[in-house]
Design a protein around this ligand. Structure first.
Ligand SMILES: C[S@@+](CC[C@H](N)C(=O)[O-])C[C@H]1O[C@@H](n2cnc3c(N)ncnc32)[C@H](O)[C@@H]1O
Length: 279
């Protein structure tokens, strides 16, 4: 794992608190902030692709009405609200960003009638739940941001009941050496110190005690995500009157080009993982 940058949890929470409204304005007004699973290179429907990612993870995890689910790094709460509506499961969402938790709470109040879902501010490294609380722990594109990853793995293991399932998507650092462009546009931009390769992730989960670890590399989907989002950002920037917001969105669009180049150079990737706490 690369140790070039040293962002703390505070750096991460400040970034996501500060950028919540900007992301809502041009990325997704519902607050979805994860990688899409696209049908192919011609598919440009980000919303449908983002929902597909959620549904694939839910199906891989085997979530149904009997499940009690924790979404770690739940952001604005979309995955959990969708899961509960689709399957009838109970759920808790936890995120380091208080702004995102506020948004998730407002969405739950507006649209979550009848759903057994709640949201809480906190960190993956100190989960505020008793041992063995959940049948499933899920996460989308959030765990990469944790500076002390073995701690969050141990915490997710602890709060899962024996036999419980961990299912998540996450960003990958496929190679040790990261050039300056990728460091700036992929890693430092979102306060990410560095992460695992696909095999490194598999090993880390095994070391944390998980078994039956299945890891899938899905780089084409993250490339398509940033291709679509870069185009969308440039279009939205044209209609954004606020100068500071426009500058930020255009810088994001430039980063989208650099992110795709980083994927092509093997400096950035995306994967999906399913693992189990032994029964
Ligand atoms: C890319 S967003 C993904 C949000 C959400 N999962 C979604 O799919 O829309 C990453 C999220 O991880 C959260 N996060 C980062 N570090 C965290 C930590 N240590 N504990 C909990 N959440 C964290 C951020 O606040 C942010 O909301």
């Amino acid at each position: 794992m690369s140790t070039t940058s040293q962002f703390t949890e505070r750096d991460v929470s400040e970034f996501f608190d500060r950028t919540t409204q900007t992301y809502l304005s041009f990325w997704d007004s519902e607050g979805v902030l994860h990688t899409g699973y696209f049908a192919g290179e011609d598919d440009t429907d980000y919303q449908a692709a983002a929902d597909r990612t959620s549904d694939i993870l839910a199906d891989d995890a085997g979530i149904d009405a009997s499940a009690h689910v924790l979404d770690v790094g739940c952001g604005c709460g979309n995955f959990l609200l969708r899961l509960a509506a689709r399957t009838g499961c109970r759920g808790e969402g936890l995120d380091l960003s208080i702004e995102r938790i506020r948004f998730a709470e407002s969405r739950r109040a507006e649209r979550g009638g009848g759903l057994d879902v709640s949201f809480r501010h906190g960190s993956a490294t100190a989960l505020p739940y008793a041992d063995g609380t959940f049948t499933h722990v899920v996460s989308q594109d959030a765990l990469f941001l944790v500076p002390e990853k073995p701690r969050s793995h141990a915490e997710m293991f602890r709060v899962l009941a024996p036999g419980g399932v961990l299912a998540f998507s996450d960003f990958l650092q496929p190679t040790e050496r990261i050039g300056p462009a990728a460091r700036r546009h992929v890693y430092d931009r979102v306060r990410w110190n560095g992460g695992y390769s696909l095999d490194g992730y598999r090993r880390a989960l095994t070391e944390a005690g998980f078994v039956d670890v299945v890891a899938r590399s899905l780089d084409a989907h993250i490339r398509q995500t940033y291709r679509v989002l870069g185009r969308t950002a440039r279009q939205r920037a044209e209609g954004t009157a606020d100068e500071a917001a426009r500058t930020w969105i255009l810088a994001f669009a430039d980063s989208c080009d650099e992110i795709q180049a980083a994927i092509d150079r093997g400096e950035f990737g995306w994967g999906m993982f399913v693992a189990r706490r032994p029964a």
